[in-house]
Ligand binder design. Structure first.
Ligand code: V47
Ligand code: SF4
Length: 377
C-alpha cells in the first residue's frame, strides 16, 4: 500500500531528532540527500524510521512489485591470481590442483543442460586465472551465443576484465567493444567491495582500484550496455566509507544512467582471512538496505541476494527498500556456501520464490535482465 500525505507527516512527526526530521522531509519532497545526511541516517536513525522512509521510496517507485529472474550461474574457475582477504572461494595459482577450471566445452555443456528450460540469463563470474585470457573468453561468449542467441549474458567483473585487457594489451574501450561484439550483454556488480582506499588497500590491495572499476562500467554504459553495482559491507568499513562508495556510484549514474541495480553483499566470515571479524546483525543489514534505497535516488532497483542473506532475511528486506530478490539459481554457485551462508544449496524454483514474495504481501514479477516484465504472478 503506497503511503499517503498523512502517513508521511506521521512518519516525520514520530521522529524527535531535528536532523532526522529534516532528512525525512527531503525524502518526502523528492529532494536528494547529502553525504552528511547519509552518514547521519546510519549514526542516528532508528530501524523503524529509516525503514519507513525507504519503504515509502520503494513503494513510490515500484508499488508492491518484487522482481526476480530465471537465471543460472557459470563459474569458469576458482583459481585466482589475487588474494582478497574476505574471499573463501579462490585458490592461488600455485595451488591450482585444489581448484577447478572449466574448458569452453564444459561450460557450453552447462548452457546446453538448460536447453528447453525458460531461463533468460546466464551469469558468468569467477576467479582470475592467468591462462584464461581475452581470446578464451571471446570464444566462450561466441560459443554461447551461437548455441542460444537470445540468452542474455551477464558476465565478468572489472577485476576479471581489467586483468584480461591488460594482458591482451588492449585499452578498456577496445576491450569492452570486443567482448560486447562477441556477445557480452551486460556486467554484473561484483568486484566493487569498498571503493575507499583506506579500506580497499587493507582487504583487496592487489586488484583493480575504484577508478578502474568505475572506468570499466562507464565504458560499458557508453556502448549502451547496462550493469549492476555491489558493495561488500559489514567488516572494517565505517559509515562514511559506505556513503563514499554509494556517492561514487550515484555520481557515475548521474553521468551515464547505465546502472540497473544496487546489490549490498553482507560479509560472511567463514574460511577466509577475515574470520576474526564478527558478521553484522540483521538490524544492521536492514538499515544498510534502507539507507541504500534513500541515498541511491537515481538507481531504479535495490536487490537482496538471497543465497547469501538466507530466505527469511531476504523476505524481510522487502520492507526496507528492496524490490528485487535475484533469481532462481542453480546450485553450482559456490562463492557463498564456501563463505558461510545459511544457504548451502542455493536453489529455489519459481514456485518457491513466488510464494516467498506472496507471503509478505508483495507482487512477484518475473523479469528479464533489463527489467522487462515477463510474468506477473
Ligand atoms: O565481488 C566474496 C563477494 C562478489 C565474500 O550483479 C563475498 O546480479 C560476502 O558480485 N562474504 C561476487 N561476499 C558476487 C557478485 C554478485 C552476486 C549476485 C548477483 C550479482 C549481480 C553480483 O562476492 C565479490 C565479493 O564482493 N564476496 N567473498 C564473503 N566472504
Ligand atoms: Fe579472486 Fe574474486 Fe576471490 Fe578476490 S574475490 S580473490 S578477485 S575470486
Amino acid at each position: 500500500m503506497i503511503a499517503t500525505i498523512n502517513d508521511t507527516e506521521a512518519i516525520v512527526a514520530s521522529e524527535k531528532d531535528a536532523d532526522l526530521q529534516r532528512i525525512g522531509i527531503k525524502i518526502f519532497n523528492d529532494e536528494r540527500i547529502s553525504f552528511e545526511d547519509g552518514v547521519t541516517l546510519f549514526e542516528k536513525g532508528s530501524l523503524a524510521y529509516i525503514g519507513s522512509l525507504a519503504n515509502f521510496v520503494r513503494e513510490k517507485k515500484h508499488g508492491n512489485k518484487t522482481y526476480f529472474n530465471r537465471n543460472f550461474h557459470i563459474e569458469p574457475t576458482n583459481v585466482c591470481v589475487f588474494s582478497c582477504k574476505f574471499c573463501s572461494y579462490s585458490r592461488l595459482y600455485a595451488h591450482k590442483e585444489e581448484g577447478w577450471e572449466l574448458s569452453i566445452d564444459q561450460m557450453l555443456d552447462i548452457v546446453k543442460s538448460y536447453d528447453g528450460k525458460p531461463v533468460t540469463e546466464v551469469h558468468i563470474v569467477g576467479g582470475v586465472h592467468p591462462k584464461m585470457n581475452l581470446t578464451f573468453f571471446i570464444d566462450l561468449l561466441k560459443a554461447i551465443k551461437s548455441h542460444r542467441p537470445e540468452l542474455h549474458i551477464k558476465g565478468f567483473t572489472p577485476v576479471e576484465l581489467d586483468y584480461m585487457f591488460r594482458k591482451a594489451k588492449v585499452s578498456v574501450d577496445e576491450g569492452m567493444k570486443l567482448t560486447h561484439e562477441a556477445g557480452l550483454d551486460s556486467l554484473p556488480g561484483g568486484g566493487a567491495e569498498i571503493f575507499h582506499p583506506e579500506v580497499r588497500t587493507q582487504i583487496c590491495d592487489d586488484k583493480v582500484d575504484a577508478e578502474g572499476w568505475l572506468h570499466i562500467h562507464k565504458a560499458a554504459h557508453q556502448l549502451g550496455m547496462h550493469s549492476n553495482a555491489t558493495m561488500l559491507y559489514g567488516h572494517i568499513e565505517t559509515f562514511a566509507h559506505r556513503i563514499d562508495h554509494m556517492d561514487r556510484l550515484r555520481n557515475l549514474q548521474d553521468e551515464t544512467g547505465g546502472f540497473n541495480t544496487f546489490i549490498p553483499l553482507k560479509f560472511r566470515n567463514k574460511g577466509n582471512d577475515m574470520s576474526h571479524i564478527a558478521e553484522s546483525s540483521t538490524i544492521e543489514d536492514m538499515k544498510l538496505y534502507a539507507v541504500a534505497r534513500l541515498y541511491l535516488d537515481n538507481f531504479p532497483h535495490i536487490k537482496a541476494y538471497w543465497p547469501m542473506l538466507g530466505r527469511k532475511n531476504a523476505q524481510l528486506t522487502l520492507s526496507f527498500g528492496v524490490n528485487d530478490i535475484d533469481g532462481t539459481i542453480d546450485d553450482t554457485t559456490k562463492i557463498y556456501s564456501m563463505a558461510g551462508s545459511e544457504e548451502q544449496s542455493p536453489t529455489m524454483n519459481t514456485e518457491q520464490l513466488v510464494s516467498l514474495i506472496k507471503q509478505v504481501k508483495r507482487i512477484p514479477v518475473e523479469r528479464d535482465t533489463l527489467y522487462n516484465e515477463i510474468n506477473i504472478f
